[in-house]
Design a binder for this molecule. Structure first.
Ligand code: BGC
Length: 760
């Protein structure tokens, strides 16, 4: 018996080793995984399912201790929250030199919007509507992260959200399934490239599957309850797009779905993701997502861990529930070793795909770490990308762009705030090297103009709120003077200036994880500052920092110019100067609706019509509207101004109708009617007039960002296919139903040209 076992282990070792030089084709990976698995004990298989945090940047409690020892014992499959080649090499060395089977670790990190060269927060990036640009930002992030030892990123976050109270709206691409899907694809492609085994590509992990952006009342980690119809048509598409793009891993979300937390939801993880969509990578929980199911109230650690495995989860981030209970669950007959083997197999496959078995140190190249991170070229790309993400919300009297001459007063708590430029989830950023607005403006004007600066106000009057909004080293250096003193100083310098730039809004950590707000206005004390500045009679430009749509009705009414700059990344200050002085013409368009007030939330353009739609003027009794605010958003989805203007011709259709197998070409002439070049995002929406289930009043189905010289006209053509007209019906079948469709084209979701056609 012993001899047979010895012989078979020896054969397996030979097979496993003899394959290690071979190419990573699917079948060769399968063979190598099989031979490795045949060598593994149950404990070693369970060990691969364990993902502890290495310590820094925690978002919850740290469950694991003595990680090095655990790695040596084969109880760790990967690590995250660890940075630098030296640190990662040290951990990898333990795994491949001291553990029995020498299985390399996978190293993850939240590389969300850049690494050290930080790009705009995802919500800002999405407003560029430029898929090549977005893909490139992910490519650069992957190059930098991989040069520093990382091979797996917890990105993209593709959660649709229509609730600006939710702080994590900043981490996603806004409210729209179509735009969100295009971005999901671009990000996955950017991170993974077309060869995951290259040393400068990293595995992507789409998150948070699923529906996390619909947490009740916008409160983070809260309950989600949604119809399957809405899931399939509105919230699932971006996750599916990431899967279709070949994403290597998926992260389960914290929230429950149909009463079962996503982490243990078999329908979600296995039926939809694997069976319906064909996902064949591995599934990881979110941070303590497994043990949190005890609080959700579905069982003790052993029960929830077994349920997670049974549902299809492969890897446990931080809880150590799988590590510590699955052995017992096998003996108790609750789960089978086969289920553990399958989960382990998927993790090993990912490591093979990354080429870690061929060279576990392939991402530990000191020379790359020195030469490929935070390079001038990457920073230049981050700068131009940031400028593409800004959205010009208002520019009455064309105050922007301003001239590089005279005296410019720069005021506001975000004006001289390096640490805040990169925004939330920028764990690898070098804060001290970010470009502040003050620096950016000064550099841009040189000696041609004078920049005078005063802080003008703190972030908020409430010191506790300010502290909680400026965590993780993103302090705003609270000024001890009174609000009146700070304001007076600002007004004094503003009075002597030709124009005032007010850098106001949210601090970097006022959005992001566990940063929900019930009041989504600019903090009162900053509004008082703006009011005092407006009173001087000088032109005031708001450079607005935010990680969410804010309720800006007061600002829109009282200030002539608003440039929304989100959090633009490490080069934000230079990018802001580029746009403020007109070296770059803003072209960003909102990927999320800005409400008039928080009471309108959720407000989104692709709403249903209701049985009592408001048509005609507001207010109408017994129609669907509010007594105290109209149904209109302040700024609609797709909206954004430019320093030039565009006009749209009427829509031309290639035919008045289309058969299911045909396509229809929708064309429109777009003219730059202003005096300078610019980029315009041409957007196409449809409405399915009659359906077997109700359909939204508008749905984005195509867009193209075009460049137009002053006076130039271009014809933009979109081709619609049956799939563009399809939706998930009452039986969740993806169908197009014959009948009339409206098609709209314009520069935002509100101001559009309209035509109609029939699907036969
Ligand atoms: C977040 C994830 C993140 C993880 C690891 C969690 O708290 O929800 O988005 O990837 O932490 O840092």
């Amino acid at each position: 018996m012993k001899i047979i076992k010895f012989v078979s282990v020896a054969i397996a070792i030979v097979l496993f080793a003899s394959c290690t030089k071979k190419e990573n084709t699917i079948s060769s990976i399968d063979k190598r995984v099989d031979s490795l698995i045949s060598l593994m004990t149950l404990e070693e298989k369970i060990g691969q399912l364990n993902l502890p945090s290495a310590g820094a940047f925690v978002t919850g409690s740290v469950e694991s201790s003595d990680i090095a020892k655990k790695i040596e014992q084969g109880k760790v499959g990967g690590l995250f929250n660890i940075k630098t080649v030296a640190n990662i090499r040290e951990m990898q060395k333990i795994a491949v030199e001291k553990s029995r089977l020498k299985i390399p670790l996978i190293f993850g990190m939240d590389v969300i919007h850049g690494y050290e060269s930080v790009f705009p927060i995802p919500l800002g990036l999405s407003c560029s509507w430029d898929m090549k640009l977005i893909e490139r930002s992910a490519r650069i992030a992957a190059t930098e992260a991989s040069a520093d030892g990382i091979n797996w990123t917890f990105s993209p976050m593709v959660d649709i959200s229509r609730d600006p109270r939710w702080g994590r709206i900043s981490e996603g691409s806004g409210e729209d399934p179509y735009l969100g899907s295009q971005i999901a694809k671009a990000m996955v492609t950017g991170f993974q490239g077309n060869d995951l085994s290259a040393n400068n590509t990293i595995m992507s992990c789409v998150k948070h599957y699923a529906l996390y952006g619909a947490s009740e009342a916008g409160r983070d980690y809260n309950t989600v309850d949604m119809s399957h119809n809405r899931m399939y048509n509105e919230y699932f598409p971006p996750y599916k797009a990431a899967v279709d793009a070949g994403v290597g891993s998926v992260m389960a979300s914290f929230n429950e779905i149909d009463g079962i937390p996503a982490t243990a939801n078999k329908w979600l993880l296995t039926e939809v993701l694997r069976n319906q969509w064909g996902f064949n990578g591995f599934l990881v929980s979110d941070y303590t997502g497994v043990s949190e199911m005890i609080n959700h109230g579905i069982g003790d650690l052993q029960t929830v861990s077994a349920r997670a495995l049974d549902a299809g989860l492969d890897m446990d981030m931080v809880s150590e529930g799988l590590l510590t209970t699955l052995g017992k669950s096998v003996s108790d007959g609750i789960v089978t070793e086969q289920q553990i083997t399958e989960a382990c197999r998927r993790i090993l496959e990912a490591k093979f795909k990354l080429g870690l078995f061929d060279n576990p140190y392939k991402y530990c190249d000191d020379s790359r770490a020195k030469s490929e991170v935070f390079t001038d070229a990457n920073r230049a790309e981050a700068r131009s990308t940031a400028a593409q993400s800004f959205v010009l919300l208002k520019n009455a009297n064309n105050i922007l762009p301003i001239k590089k001459s005279g005296t410019i007063a720069l005021v506001g708590p975000l004006a001289d705030a390096k640490e805040n430029m990169t925004g939330t989830w920028s764990v690898a950023a070098r804060f001290s090297e970010s470009i502040s607005v003050l620096e950016g403006l000064k550099k841009a004007v040189g000696t041609d103009a004078q920049i005078v600066y005063a802080k003008g106000s703190n972030l908020t009057e409430d010191e506790v709120l300010e502290n909680n909004s400026t965590l993780f080293g993103k302090g705003l250096h609270r000024d001890k003077r009174t609000a009146a003193q700070l304001r007076e100083e600002a007004v004094r310098i503003a009075q002597g200036a030709d124009v005032i730039i007010a850098a106001v809004g949210e601090a970097a950590e006022m959005s992001g994880e566990a940063a929900s707000r019930s009041n989504i206005e600019v903090p009162e004390i900053q509004r008082e500052l703006i009011q005092a500045l407006v009173k001087t009679g000088k032109p005031v430009v708001l450079v607005l920092f935010t990680g969410r749509p804010l309720a800006l009705a007061w600002e829109d009414k009282n200030v002539s110019t608003i440039l929304n700059v989100w959090f633009g990344g490490s080069e934000a200050g230079d990018a802001i100067a580029d746009v403020v002085f007109g070296d770059v013409n803003p072209s960003g368009k909102l990927s999320t609706t800005f409400p008039q007030n928080v009471g309108q939330v959720p407000i989104y353009y692709a709403h249903k019509n209701t049985g009592r739609p408001l048509s005609g003027p507001w207010f109408q009794k017994f129609q669907s509207n509010y007594l105290d605010v109209s149904n209109e958003p302040l700024y609609p989805f797709g909206f954004g101004l430019s320093y030039t203007t565009y006009s749209y011709s009427d829509i031309k259709l290639s035919s008045p109708g289309m058969n299911a197998s045909d396509s229809l070409v929708v064309s429109v002439d777009v003219t730059n009617t202003g005096s300078r070049e610019g980029k315009e995002v041409v957007q196409l929406y449809i409405r399915d007039i009659i359906g077997t289930i109700t359909r939204p009043v508008k749905e984005l189905k195509a867009f193209e960002k075009i460049y137009l010289a002053a006076g130039e006209t271009k014809t933009v053509k979109f081709t619609l296919h049956q799939s563009d007209l399809s939706f998930y019906n009452a039986d969740l079948k993806f169908v197009a139903e014959p009948g009339e469709f409206h098609v709209f084209v314009g520069g935002n979701s509100r101001d559009v040209k309209q035509a109609s056609f029939v699907l036969k």
